[in-house]
Design a binder for this molecule. Structure first.
Ligand SMILES: [Zn+2]
Length: 137
């Protein structure tokens, strides 16, 4: 299950920010209460993000819901790097090459969570399942 923030980020690109790269950058949760509420609703992503917090910042409910925190996300297409050692000849090893292929079925979703002086990153790998999903309320 995904909360509305995660759902609309992934399906509707809500809160998308242009930073001059091909990766998609998003503002995710920006308030303590918003992240805590989504985690309590059992959002698969937000529960993990909230659990990253150290013990002295748990539970989030002890902080005012309007307190600022920062969760940002970067969504990119997963790239596969292949190393080709080249061809061996009598004079040694021939040209070596690293080829990079884009795997359109896998996406990398990097989150950065900042709260007080705490900062941590977490990466999720998403796989396209080829189905169109509708949000149910
Ligand atoms: Zn969420």
């Amino acid at each position: 299950m995904l909360c509305d923030v995660c759902w609309f980020m992934l399906r509707g690109q809500r809160e998308f920010e242009w930073k001059g790269t091909y990766d998609l950058l998003f503002k995710h949760h920006q308030k303590v209460g918003s992240l805590d509420c989504s985690a309590e609703l059992k959002c698969s992503i937000c529960r993990i993000l909230r659990d990253m917090l150290p013990d002295h910042l748990k539970p989030l409910a002890k902080f005012p819901p309007d307190d600022d925190l920062s969760v940002t996300a970067r969504l990119s297409v997963q790239r596969t790097h292949t190393y080709d050692p080249g061809v061996s000849t009598a004079r040694g090893v021939g040209n070596q090459a690293i080829t990079t292929e884009v795997d359109n079925a896998l996406y990398r979703l990097d989150f950065t969570l900042e709260f007080h002086s705490f900062k941590k990153q977490r990466t999720f790998v998403l796989k396209e399942i080829g189905q169109s999903l509708e949000k149910s309320y």
